[in-house]
Design a binder for this molecule. Structure first.
Ligand SMILES: *[C@@H]1O[C@H](CO)[C@@H](O)[C@H](O)[C@H]1NC(C)=O
Ligand SMILES: *[C@@H]1O[C@H](CO)[C@@H](O)[C@H](O)[C@H]1NC(C)=O
Ligand SMILES: *[C@@H]1O[C@H](CO)[C@@H](O)[C@H](O)[C@H]1NC(C)=O
Ligand SMILES: *[C@@H]1O[C@H](CO)[C@@H](O)[C@H](O)[C@H]1NC(C)=O
Length: 303
């Protein structure tokens, strides 16, 4: 009996020790935050990307379910730049940060209006709302905003051939104008996405390091992307296929360039009626070999 009790006692001690270890105050507050996040008493609406010199509204919506508000604060990264304290007068304070111009007349404690935004305004914005006594709860939400110079030029698309026979492995490359952050490039063959073979970001040739030294965190880069794709009969419709490159920078820039590829010798295709691909691709290979030798001869003669 004594030993059984001792066993139970030891077990309880273990529970107590482990309970004490796991249930630290940090974890408890984490759990409380999670609970609060489920209710989302604060939510922000921050645009992902805007243009230089735009007027931008950052929204902080909050509902503390009847708790009195103590402060609403906006931070860029770790730095506070806007503070609203309803109990104080004046109840708005603005702290200077490079590139940020708060339009104080148009801003409210739920809509912060920034004028003439500059690229250095890029960053993480956080709205922090605190309740007053007795609870002093603090809630926050954040979002990242890019301020960019939208490229003006079009992407440039090149293919190694524009007239080709089926089975040809077409090589294409596309470069998007320099931007920060660099553009994304996607490829379409007859409107359907295909994967690129390589993609890289390079500094533009005319890039002036010195002039941009101050903003060297935001070096504009050119995106270069290449594909190599076998073009077969199914790609030609009425003797034509289309390859396109789409360059985009967020929703602010989207340009598509296409090259229409011509089938070398449009011909009636019995396979499309019979649906017998194998025999057909065999013939087409045979024809392309003949064709290849003919063109080679023509090329040789024309020299
Ligand atoms: C705030 O949230 C409470 C529930 O937590 C809800 O009853 C109330 O309608 C909300 N108020 C507003 C203005 O949305
Ligand atoms: C892009 O394609 C063109 C045409 O095929 C070729 O001349 C050029 O070298 C290619 N450039 C790169 C970077 O692959
Ligand atoms: C593109 O690549 C992804 C993964 O690398 C693959 O899952 C997908 O099937 C590819 N798409 C095409 C059209 O080849
Ligand atoms: C590029 O694409 C990725 C994935 O879709 C996206 O997260 C990123 O924002 C895009 N970058 C730009 C500059 O559009």
């Amino acid at each position: 009996m004594c030993c059984f009790l001792q066993g139970v006692g030891g077990f309880l001690l273990l529970v107590f020790v482990f309970g004490g270890i796991s249930d630290t105050s940090a974890e408890r507050s984490e759990r409380r935050q999670e609970k609060h996040q489920e209710k989302r008493p604060v939510s922000v609406v921050i645009p992902t990307a805007v243009k230089r010199l735009d007027t931008v509204t950052l929204q902080c919506n909050y509902n503390l379910s009847g708790e009195p508000i103590y402060t609403v604060k906006w931070y860029k990264g770790p730095k506070e730049f806007y503070r609203y304290i309803p109990k104080e007068l004046p109840n708005v304070q603005v702290f200077a940060l490079p590139g940020i111009t708060v339009d104080e007349l148009k801003s409210t404690h739920k809509n912060l209006v920034l004028k003439n935004v500059q690229p250095e305004v890029t960053g993480r914005y956080k709205c922090e709302v605190s309740s007053d006594a007795p609870n002093f709860y603090t809630y926050m939400q954040s979002g990242y905003m890019y301020v960019i110079d939208v490229p003006v030029e079009d992407p440039i698309l090149r293919t190694d051939k524009e007239i080709l026979d089926t089975g040809y492995r077409l090589k294409g490359n596309c470069s998007a104008p320099a931007s920060w952050p660099p553009a994304n490039i996607t490829w379409l063959l007859n409107g359907k996405p295909i994967n690129y073979t390589y993609q890289e970001r390079v500094q533009p040739r005319d890039y002036n390091m010195k002039a941009s030294a101050t903003s060297n965190k935001r070096i504009p880069l050119v995106t270069v992307s290449g594909v190599e794709v076998a073009i077969d009969e199914s790609h030609f419709h009425g003797g034509k296929a289309r390859i396109s490159c789409v360059a985009s920078v967020f929703h602010l820039y989207r340009r598509e360039k296409s090259v229409v590829l011509d089938e070398d010798r449009p011909r009636p295709r019995p396979s499309s009626v019979l649906g017998n691909r194998d025999s057909n691709s065999g013939t087409s290979k045979y024809f392309s070999i003949i064709f290849y030798s003919i063109t080679t001869q023509i090329l040789l003669f024309s020299r």
